[in-house]
Ligand binder design. Structure first.
Ligand SMILES: [Cu+2]
Length: 172
């Protein structure tokens, strides 16, 4: 009976998987991760930005403290600032805090996750695994959807943004 129940549960999980993949949202603790995406890279590119929305539905602040991906030698949290009219990126020390009820938007031109020392080319239409680690909620494995090179936003309705590209700057 136990085996039968387990098998049924597994079958149900499989049946539901395409639905959750389509929604492309993830949950860890009180945090909701929405629309994670990245851009296709040219062959030999050293780095690429990854973007997502984090909604804190809980009653305590939490902080995105790190990330990792099998396609990257290391993953950093970055912010972009204007310096003498030039966009510059720098690493965010101490992570990205999300207050209760708040939304952190990681998007081109602003805070983002940076995949550094890329081990493989990121190809349009595939997905890239990424593990996010939060101070309180712990870790969650997500898949980044891959948009074409230079895409201003994830490939979906109503979520485009007019920010400038992120593909031209240099990390070396
Ligand atoms: Cu960056």
């Amino acid at each position: 009976m136990r085996t039968f129940m387990a098998a049924t549960a597994a079958a149900l999980t499989l049946a539901l998987a395409p639905l959750s993949a389509h929604a492309h949202d993830y949950k860890v603790g009180a945090l909701e991760i929405e629309h994670p995406w990245t851009r296709a890279t040219p062959p030999g590119a050293a780095a690429g930005g990854a973007f997502l929305i984090i909604v804190n539905e809980g009653t305590e602040a939490d902080t995105l403290i790190g990330a990792a991906s099998p396609v990257a030698g290391r993953v950093e949290l970055h912010t972009m600032t204007m310096d003498d009219g030039v966009m510059k990126m720098r690493q965010i020390k101490g992570g990205i805090e999300i207050s209760p009820g708040d939304t952190a938007t990681l998007a081109p031109g602003g805070n983002h996750v940076m995949l550094m020392d890329l081990k493989e080319q990121i190809v349009t239409g595939k997905t890239v695994p990424l593990t996010l680690t939060f101070e309180k909620a712990g870790s969650v494995d997500i898949d980044l959807a891959v948009s074409p090179p230079g895409a201003p936003g994830p490939k979906m309705n109503g979520h485009g943004n007019g920010s400038h590209g992120h593909e031209t700057h240099d990390h070396n």
